[in-house]
Design a binder for this molecule. Structure first.
Ligand SMILES: NC(=O)c1ccc[n+]([C@@H]2O[C@H](COP(=O)([O-])OP(=O)(O)OC[C@H]3O[C@@H](n4cnc5c(N)ncnc54)[C@H](O)[C@@H]3O)[C@@H](O)[C@H]2O)c1
Length: 461
């Protein structure tokens, strides 16, 4: 379909002509030049910066003299977590790139297109320019709960809004603007996610066509929308999701999306139970921890207080405690004959609970202190800033905040020489951190681990 395209095309992201990724830019240039005899200009542009976009578009116009096609492809996804775990700044970063950056590109391209003389097309009326915006099926519906990316989904919904609005405004000027809504497409990042996450693997099984799309299958639809073949289409979106409707396959199978539809039971899927598997399907999450105790009352009171939890059920033998959507996160069971804990024996070393921010971690620390619950070890491990406690039986509990934006960044740190030298961490004083936060020092600054050289595993038994 690409042979139908003529003129100057500006493509954001994908290591294409407008991208923040310099290596990707070079690779894409080499690839495109090998496939077709085209003149490629790489522009290092940050879509989070308005001036960077404006000057990038201007440099393209200075070089080629026009912009006939704009493919707004670049985007960032952000970490998978529900809104309650997303900081305002992180939400804003994604909106800045995916929605505002896309809109600025679109605005600057339209300004240029309106200056250009309409070009006669092989099919349809003369055109001043065409824009194709990359939204997503998550621009139409919500991902299932376990794949929640609120800012990404908001940006992809917003892209459809700005596509329709500007398409209507500039329809009579000969500028067409449409969007594509891909389902999962086998780009390297998605392949990696599918390898790592059973939730993503599950999504593939829910697609009516039974597979994720290939990048070429998406590219063909983008070329169609950018070509005169779609001359009577503007302000619309095309779903490329292996599904017969705009509803991705997961919609019917996500219990949270409807209270009338049946939940997806694994037995209802067309599963090949005997297919050879290199790896066992991982669970979707860790559900709870059950602790055996010989002092149920004090342990229940401690955990209620420590976690701000409540009992979903309790009697004189057991208690199920929760503080979130799970029916129980900690269960305590008093079995006759249970001996005191031997801290030197094998078994669970500690459980860990995550807070959304350093401020929350320290606030909980202060609130526990008011209740007489004191930590025994505050430490910046590198990937996390952590405060450790012991329960009345001597079980260790870590409370923590992630120091990095996402798991990838944390993994990179864990592969660094600093982590190899000191995989344990650096102690800190929570009271000192509270003082410094109150004085205006940033969370990020406090969470950056100061390097102290080699350190071994301490014993708290
Ligand atoms: N792959 C999928 O399964 C899928 C599904 C639905 C929608 N989409 C959409 O399709 C598009 C392409 O997806 P992909 O999988 O190829 O993504 P990708 O992550 O492989 O590529 C995104 C590109 O955007 C660039 N980028 C990121 N931040 C930037 C910034 N601030 N300034 C300039 N460039 C920046 C990156 O360098 C990268 O080259 C995206 O809009 C994505 O949301 C993809």
């Amino acid at each position: 379909m690409c042979h139908l395209l003529e003129g100057v095309a500006l493509v954001t992201g994908g290591g294409s002509v407008l991208d923040i990724n310099v290596v990707g830019l070079r690779e894409t240039k080499d690839l495109v030049e090998r496939i077709r005899r085209v003149d490629v200009l790489q522009l290092h542009v940050d879509l989070a910066e308005e001036n960077s976009i404006i000057s990038g578009v201007q440099r393209a116009v200075d070089h080629f003299g026009s912009i006939d096609i704009l493919i707004n492809n670049a985007a960032i996804a952000g970490a998978i977590r529900p809104s309650t775990d997303v900081a305002t700044g992180d939400f804003g970063k994604i909106i800045d790139v995916n929605l505002i950056g896309l809109w600025v590109c679109q605005r600057e391209a339209i300004k240029q297109m309106l200056k250009q003389d309409p070009i006669k097309q092989r099919i349809g009326p003369a055109s001043r320019g065409v824009i194709v915006n990359l939204s997503s099926t998550y621009g139409l519906v919500s991902p299932p709960g376990g794949l929640s990316t609120p800012a990404y989904v908001t940006s992809k919904h917003g892209i459809l809004g700005i596509t329709k609005t500007d398409a209507t405004s500039f329809a009579k000027d000969g500028v067409r603007i449409n969007a594509v809504c891909p389902g999962f497409v086998n780009t390297p990042a998605i392949k990696e996610a599918a390898r790592a996450s059973p939730l993503v693997q599950d999504e593939e099984k829910k697609v009516p066509m039974g597979r994720f799309g290939e990048p070429e299958e998406l590219a063909e639809v983008i070329c169609f929308l950018a070509s005169p073949m779609s001359s009577y289409m503007t302000g619309t979106s095309v779903v490329v999701g292996g599904s017969s409707s705009e509803e991705p396959g997961n919609r019917q199978q996500n219990p949270a999306s409807s209270n009338t539809e049946k939940p997806n039971h694994p037995g209802q899927r067309n599963t090949d139970w005997d297919a050879p598997a290199a790896k066992v399907l991982s669970p979707s999450k860790l559900a709870h921890v059950v602790l055996r105790t010989n002092q149920l009352g004090p342990m229940v009171e401690f955990y209620k207080s420590f976690l701000g939890a409540k009992a979903m059920y309790e009697n004189d033998m057991l208690a199920f405690l929760t503080y979130d959507e799970e029916h129980h996160r900690i269960a305590l069971v008093q079995i006759p004959g249970t001996k005191d804990k031997d801290p030197q024996s094998c078994g669970l070393e500690h459980t860990a609970f995550t807070y959304n921010s350093l401020t929350d971690l320290l606030l909980a620390y202060r609130q526990r202190k008011q209740k007489g619950i004191l930590p025994f070890w505050p430490i910046n491990h590198g990937p996390t800033t952590s405060i450790y406690y012991k329960d009345p039986d001597g079980n260790m509990i870590e409370t923590q905040v992630d120091n990095f934006e996402d798991a990838d960044e944390a993994t990179l740190f864990m592969m660094s020489p600093s982590f190899a030298e000191n995989p344990i961490g650096v102690d800190f004083d929570p009271e000192d951190f509270i003082k410094r936060l109150s004085a205006g020092e940033s969370e990020a600054e406090l969470q950056r681990r100061q390097e102290i050289g080699p350190r071994g595993i301490p014993s708290f038994a």
